[in-house]
Design a protein around this ligand. Sequence first.
Ligand SMILES: Cc1ncc(C[n+]2csc(CCOP(=O)(O)OP(=O)(O)O)c2C)c(N)n1
Ligand SMILES: [Mg+2]
Length: 571
Amino acid sequence: MSTSPGQRMKIGEFLLRRLEEAGVGHLFGVPGDFNLELLQQLEDAGRLQWVGTCSELNASYAADGYARLNGLAAFTVTNAVGAMSAINGIAGAYAEHVPVICICGSIPLRSIERGLGMHHTMGDGTWDRFLGAFAQVTAAEARLTPCNAAIEIDRLILTAWREKLPVYMELPSDIAYLDIEVPAEPLVLAQPASDPERLRSCVAAIAARLSAATSPAILVDEDAGRHGVAAEITELAAKMQMPAAATGSAKAIINETFPYYAGIYNGKASQPSTIKAIEGGDCLLSIGYRPVEVTTGDFTASLPADTIRLRGHSVDVGEDNYQAVTLKEVLRGVIDAVPQVTSRPARQAEAAAAAAGTKADGSAKLTQAAYWQALQGYLRPGDVLFTDNGTSYGIFGFHLPDDCTVVASVIWGSIGYSVGALLGTLTAAPQRRHLLFVGDGSFQETAQELSTMLRHGHKPVIFLINNGGYTIERGYMGKTETYNDIATWAYADLPKVFRPDTTARSFVVKTVADLQNALSAPNDTMIFIESIMDPHDAPAAVIHSSNNGAELDYGPRGPQHRENAQLQPTM
Ligand SMILES: Cc1ncc(C[n+]2csc(CCOP(=O)(O)OP(=O)(O)O)c2C)c(N)n1
Ligand SMILES: [Mg+2]
């Protein structure tokens, strides 16, 4: 514990101060009687900007998006009714390794101690069920009290940031205005320094393997982005002249124009050159690799048995497991320890794939193939690209310009995530261009958050595919079943509905020429492009993975084998 003199502060104000010191400039959420007192402190202190959302689920998604670009995020909800709506987003942040702080304004300590029945509870006098629920989906959780607040606030914020995982904090409504003693010095966000001997040994072991290798490679998963080591990875790859591939969840963490970039590794569904680099080399470094069916080409990935596995705070080299080593320090050490290689020049950059595509007839009905081909040309360096589940996975086929960020939820995959998360990235980095690629079904889950983007004058470009329902699901099963149909909305009219004085430019696109016209609109306001497409049109990769998914999900005797039960590739 610090021995420097403390100061007195109200618990709520200290929480806001700590968030600000941790680089959190905005608080998302929905008010309720149990968190209004904190919101009043926010207003009075002018600390953090309030961004009210339409729902708590969307607040959790927005915080996730904000944290992807800002490194940490927070949102507030009210007891149980708000928290339970947000728990999907918090669990998703856990799955995707995103540091999000959920602050639940909860029932007063007075009610807990006296066993008073309260609204927003089960009405049975219990008060710890929701804390228990969040314990399942967070790295740490706590109910603040005047006794523990100064310690727990710092512990939760630091745990979220260090582990890149969500945390849950209950702030009972009757303690936010109580004075406690708090540290005077600011909170310092830092990873724990590595154990010096472990770090030296670990770096030496990796450098020895790498230096002796003739065909080393790196495979990057999303933790590389979360721990901010993209620069170290490219420096190491350039020094060793070795290929670096990414999983789908890690797309764009390494610039795709980097001469040693080796593409997306997705098991046997990858390009042959990517498979060769990752599976066929003699020293593979994996960073945060977490194989799941959707990032391993349905478990067809096969990394060499002696892969060196780096994680945020530990490393495996052969039989040795190194603890107390932080990723950035390990990579820095390895870069310094390996020799500059000059014998493995980079492959020639591939000619841009889109340029080679066939020229589409402008008046022809828009197809998925023509859509993704046209959009490739729209991309600019520095864009933030979102995809939701569905045929919008087409973005994984993009060859991205430099310094783009891809925001996706490949493992958790909760549809509608992208719309809420977009509010978060727009708030974190309004100076960047944000492109949302979303299907009509996903959009319908969280569409109302468009209104918050319009309310704050944000200028994203929204590419919505209107194909009448859940096309990706039709590739699993129910090609023509009504359960995969959805209500028909006038999507492009929504900006006007959500903000009657909007300047948003809306387009309903039916042909390639319509799309080209929409793409020529200037980015000085929100652009909403609704593209009408056939329910049975989908990128081949999406159909293949859905068909394979059905085999895994339903087994050989499943109903997907009935005639015409599945959308299948046209060949
Ligand atoms: C919260 C949640 N509910 C249901 C699903 C199952 N699901 C995955 S993709 C999908 C359909 C997406 O449809 P849409 O966004 O329209 O995409 P497209 O038609 O382009 O494939 C559904 C229902 C999910 N992933 N998450
Ligand atoms: Mg759809």
